[in-house]
Design a protein around this ligand. Structure first.
Ligand code: SF4
Ligand code: SF4
Length: 497
């Protein structure tokens, strides 16, 4: 491997590595706009210039591969002057939008000016080119042409990743603009990534716009539950202490996290904008259970008492239906408690979706469950759940998450049961039919792991407190097991894992 020196420190890296990446590994962040490690190199913005000994002039570090014995300096007077000149050039035509720009706080023009600029303007005349301000170019994205620094990341993204070829750079010189090809709308399932890769506030996420200043965001590393790919994400939530003006939503946005083996730098729009169920009005916030002739509010402890009594009364005549939406830890405890502890027999979990779903050939998988592979690897029933086989002749059922009562082939069997205990985060026809509803936390409110379709086990972390009185399934299972005198592993997801 070539050995080189950057700012007097030695490093060995794989042949072909660009100098900018080698410098990053040593902790030297070289400013850049057009370079993005997930895209081909354009070498056009000239922000990443560095000094390389024996080279006749400054070199762009994004396009220069490392070489044996190379000596690189990233902070010389000449380099700093070149950066300042590039910033000055970009700022001539940039509007002073920072106070009202959503990118403020995570803008690479703002940040680089503070880190590498702080120079007085040298232009004598105002040469501001006026372009079109924020206008929609797709269902999810707005374009503000005035703020664009023409880095071409977005254009390359639509050519190389989404393959939609929706964007181009038109006209020349200081009249150049980014726009959609033939004025068409953005297409495909990956448009949200454009707002992520735009280094300035030129491409804006319509869903996130004006919701929250980025410095008020809290963040937790997580795994998208939208399909069996399991893209690595960050759940970013309102940590300002003040409710969001649109009313109480806690999650502000999802962002992809780099994992070269799973999702690279990207995530799909289905997953990115699928977070709204977390604070939706359909969330179950409190348990319900029989009270007199109807179903009424009750504490979680009392609901668990009643559920444990019903489970005890149905021993030998109980069915349990688990779900591939559950984490590995939850599935394992379900198996240990019901199959091993209460001997209910094999636990089915595989219920085909009412409407078949398709993948998109990029990241999105046809299987919209995050943990099908995890369920397959545990001792659960590998066969598809069948209403006759699963429910006929049974006294009661514990159903995790599935809306089985919404399907005619299941409903008639469910209606014959003496009781249904529904454990899940969302209200549906099954929770409506259930005698006891135990509301459970969603992935962003608990710890656990999913195993993706490729067999990669990935951990997600809690970003939020469980809504209302809902509890992680692990705590619900532990509460039931305690009441029924069954020993199961700890209620700590990390320990179960
Ligand atoms: S819109 Fe953003 S990503 Fe596209 S060229 Fe302009 S600055 Fe770059
Ligand atoms: S590909 Fe699947 S896991 Fe990735 S963001 Fe989309 S829905 Fe989520």
């Amino acid at each position: 491997m070539p050995k080189l020196t950057i700012n007097e420190r030695e490093i060995e890296v794989e042949p072909g590595t660009p100098v900018i990446e080698a410098a990053k590994r040593l902790g030297f962040a070289i400013p850049h706009y057009c370079y993005h490690p997930g895209l081909t190199v354009a070498g056009s913005c000239r922000m990443c210039l560095v000094e390389i000994e024996k080279a006749p002039k400054l070199q762009i570090s994004c396009y220069t591969p490392v070489a044996e014995g190379m000596i690189v300096r990233t902070e010389t007077a000449e380099v700093k002057q070149a950066r300042q000149a590039m910033l000055e050039f970009l700022l001539i035509n940039h509007p002073l939008d920072c106070p009202v720009c959503d990118q403020s706080g995570e803008c690479e023009l703002q940040d680089y000016y503070m880190q590498h600029g702080l120079h007085p303007g040298v232009m004598q005349e105002a040469k501001v080119v006026k372009s079109k301000k924020a206008f929609p170019i797709g269902e999810r994205i707005l374009l503000d042409q005035e703020r664009c620094v023409l880095c071409s990341r977005c254009v390359r993204f639509t050519q190389e990743v989404s393959k939609t070829r929706d964007l181009g750079i038109f006209f020349r010189g200081d009249r150049s603009i980014v726009d959609t090809v033939e004025g068409k709308s953005l297409s495909g399932n990956y448009t949200g990534n454009l707002a992520d890769i735009c280094p300035v506030g030129a491409l804006l996420d319509r869903d996130f716009r004006f919701k929250c200043r980025v410095w008020y965001l809290g963040s937790a590393d997580s795994i998208c539950p939208g399909c069996s790919r399991g893209c690595n994400i960050r759940v970013e939530y309102n940590a300002s202490g003040r409710p969001h003006k649109a009313g109480g939503d806690r999650v502000m946005r999802l962002k992809p996290r780099l994992n070269p083996d799973v999702n690279g730098y990207w995530m799909c729009d289905v997953g990115r904008y699928g977070y709204k169920f977390i604070d939706s009005k359909d969330r179950l916030r409190a348990p319900t259970a029989p009270e007199g002739n109807g179903s009424g509010p009750i504490t979680m402890e009392a609901a668990l008492d009643l559920a444990a009594e019903q489970i005890r009364s149905a021993r030998g005549e109980l069915s349990v239906i688990a779900s591939p939406q559950m984490s590995n830890e939850e599935l394992l405890l379900t198996d240990r408690f019901f199959r091993v502890g209460l001997e209910v027999g094999a636990i089915p979990w595989r219920v085909p979706p009412p409407v078949p779903t398709e993948g998109d050939g990029i990241l999105l998988q046809a299987d919209r469950n995050p943990n099908t592979r995890g369920a397959e690897l545990l001792d659960l029933d590998p066969a598809e759940a069948d209403p006759e086989k699963t429910l006929s002749g049974r006294k009661g059922a514990v159903i995790f998450g599935h809306d089985l009562a919404g399907r005619p082939e299941w409903r008639s069997y469910l209606e014959k049961l003496e009781f249904i205990i529904y454990v899940g985060p969302l209200a549906n026809e099954t929770s409506g039919l259930a005698s006891i509803v135990l509301p459970s936390a969603v992935y962003a409110e608990k710890e656990g792991t999913f195993t993706n379709f490729d067999g990669i086990v990935q951990r997600f972390h809690r970003a939020l407190e469980p809504l209302g009185e809902s509890l992680p399934e692990i705590e619900i299972l532990q509460g039931l097991a305690r009441r029924l005198g069954v020993e199961i592993p700890s209620d700590d997801a990390a320990e179960v894992g």
